[in-house]
Ligand binder design. Structure first.
Ligand code: HPA
Length: 237
């Protein structure tokens, strides 16, 4: 079974699942409640291109006030439901100056600059080891398949390192210069807790960033959430 965690503006693919069952988070025990107005999100169970799948529409973010463990709770539920592979998408700012808004970037590795880790605290041995390996956090075999499919479909697929910060303020130009020096290609406010928890549980991860904007200071002009959502929606298909 495949799990999917779909980023802002990128959740349309779960709408095309065959034999869909949609379960609003509000109906599920222990699911953290939404802190922002609007639908709080749902679990979508169905058949995605012939693969039994469960998708999360409406992930939780650190900037909403959730702990890293709370932000990764959905991933643990997917793992306990039996997913072996997880596809994560997100909206991200381009730090690599060769990128352009609308680009898709396969994440090869990440830098956790959120200041938190979802595995902090007593280890749940039933889920995974105390000190999980993160040396292939983004599964090389799944990445190779993604490149092959992108080539076949004529989709340009970039590759790079995602740096995760807690937000919710966008980064300053000085912070983005630091991110570049640290080796990041894209910056965002999600994904890190989920990927750490998935690796802890032995779930293989594929992650794709939609570059919705160039990060602060790379191009003149200011960043807006509206621009981010608009670009994600136009790249969603
Ligand atoms: N910074 C952080 N998170 C983001 C950005 C950004 O520029 N764009 C989309 N998510």
């Amino acid at each position: 079974m495949l799990g999917l965690i779909l980023g802002s503006g990128l959740s349309a693919c779960a709408d095309s699942f065959a034999d869909r069952t949609v379960v609003p988070f509000g109906k599920l025990p222990h699911f953290p409640s939404a802190t922002i107005p609007g639908p709080s999100g749902s679990l979508i169970i169905g058949d995605f291109e012939g693969v039994p799948s469960i998708a999360i529409q409406g992930r939780l973010h650190l900037y909403e006030g959730y702990s890293a463990a709370e932000a990764a709770f959905h991933t643990r539920v997917l793992g306990c439901l039996g997913i072996l592979r997880l596809i994560v998408t997100n909206a991200a700012g381009g730090v690599n100056p060769a990128f352009r808004p609308g680009d898709l970037m396969l994440i090869t590795d990440h830098i956790n600059l959120t200041g938190s880790n979802p595995l902090t605290g007593p280890n749940l041995h039933a889920l995974g080891p105390r000190f999980p390996d993160m040396s292939e956090a983004y599964d090389p075999a799944m990445r190779a398949i993604a490149h092959k499919v992108a080539r076949e479909k004529g989709i340009e697929l970039r590759e790079g390192i995602y740096i995760g910060l807690a937000g919710p303020s966008y980064e300053t130009p000085a912070e983005i210069r630091m991110c570049r020096k640290l080796g990041a290609d894209a910056v965002g406010m999600s994904t890190i807790p989920e990927v750490i928890v998935a690796n802890h549980m032995g779930i293989r991860v594929l992650a794709i960033s939609c570059i919705t904007n160039m990060a602060a200071g790379i191009l003149p002009g200011k960043l807006t959430h509206e621009e981010v959502v608009r670009m994600a929606e136009s790249a969603s298909a």
